[in-house]
Design a protein. Sequence first.
Lengths: 234, 225
Amino acid sequence: MPHLTAVPGAPPPDDCLARNDWICGEYLSTRRHILVDAVVQHLQITLVAVAIALVIAVPLAVVARRWGWAAGPVLALTTVLYTIPSLAMFSLLLPAYGLSATLVVAGLVLYSLTLLVRNILAGLRAVPEETRQAARGMGYGPVRLLLTVELPLALPAAMAGLRIATVSAVSLVTVGAIVGYGGLGNLIYSGMNTYFKAQVLTASVLCVVIAIAADLLLLGAGRLLTPWTRASRG
Amino acid sequence: MKTLTDAWDWLTDSAHWAGDDGIWHRLTQHLVLTVVCLVISCLIALPVALVLGHLGKGGALAVNISNVGRAVPTFAVLVLLLLTPLGQYGEGPTVVALVLFAVPPLLTNAYVGMRGVDREVVRAARGMGMTGRQMLLRVEAPLALPMILTGVRIAAVQLVATATIAALAGGGGLGRIITAGFNLASTPQVVAGAVLVAVFALVVEGLFEIAERLAPAWARGRAGG
């Protein structure tokens, strides 16, 4: 793979691609569009999966909070799902989704769901009973209580869960390479088969950069959404 | 449903259980990898965490190392190690990668457990004339045991999952049944392998759950308080 540019008969070029170096500027400039495509696929799969998980997790957590008996089964199910290794999870979904990006998204939704439900539920449970009673005393109905008191107060815990879920999803997308939809994982997989060091290292570093960037972005968003947590600290 | 019965047929075919690519061999590999790496990881992480926790130093490192571990893809580390000179030594890259991913939860939980020990108790132990080593081994470590064991449990489950992904990078273990299934485009084999891996992981988690219930009250999860 690194020798694609070689002309028959001519002496092999002595650049970092030919030497198969770990760090190679030549790789970045010649394969930029491949890297951009992989990053875009990586981001798309992560975003779609986490967004779907969030939409499902909030009602599940609310139900588990409201009806105590539902909390046990919901938490047990999420623990079981989280224990199943990612490669096995993707494989179990193969009959349902085939070799598709949907399979990777579905697997990631199940993992993110687990982390989100646990954290949102913990946040809802941590709302002080006095606060709830005060709201009820002010004439708040159950829906208004949930939307304007309980969910906002559960937001810091929910954001913590969202950060963990997103960072984990970014890293797990790579395993999707087994079905050909692993974003940067595809480059790591093909780089492994062709012993292409620069490609493997570049894709790996980009994965970590995406994870850290997403984490910082969500940290900032969380601060903006919950100004009261900062006020109480300082 | 057809796939499920096909997967069941694959699993119950005795020919798939014997030989070097057979289920028994892969299961043994997976078990040995998990246990050996868990022991190595504990030997590395626990002494460091106990001493740091006792001294109250390096807290930021011990707590943040878990977050860093989450951001680094297991698969990337496995392939990177495979392409280093270490890749020539059979399961070498797999063992190193497994240990790397098992150390953070062990370190973080043990450290948090050590720091969570009631300061009054530690002061009382010092008042009784205990040396630092005695306090660490006889007072703090036993009281931190629930958290230490939680770390061991998380690490064990993590090891089972990482050992599965190792198959993508040519490592042994049950994951090889899945990757071989993908190479053969055999959905029944992929699903059968996935079921084996999932059951293996759930059994490991279940064993820890049972051990926790059978343990004396002071060593249990929510004791210590």
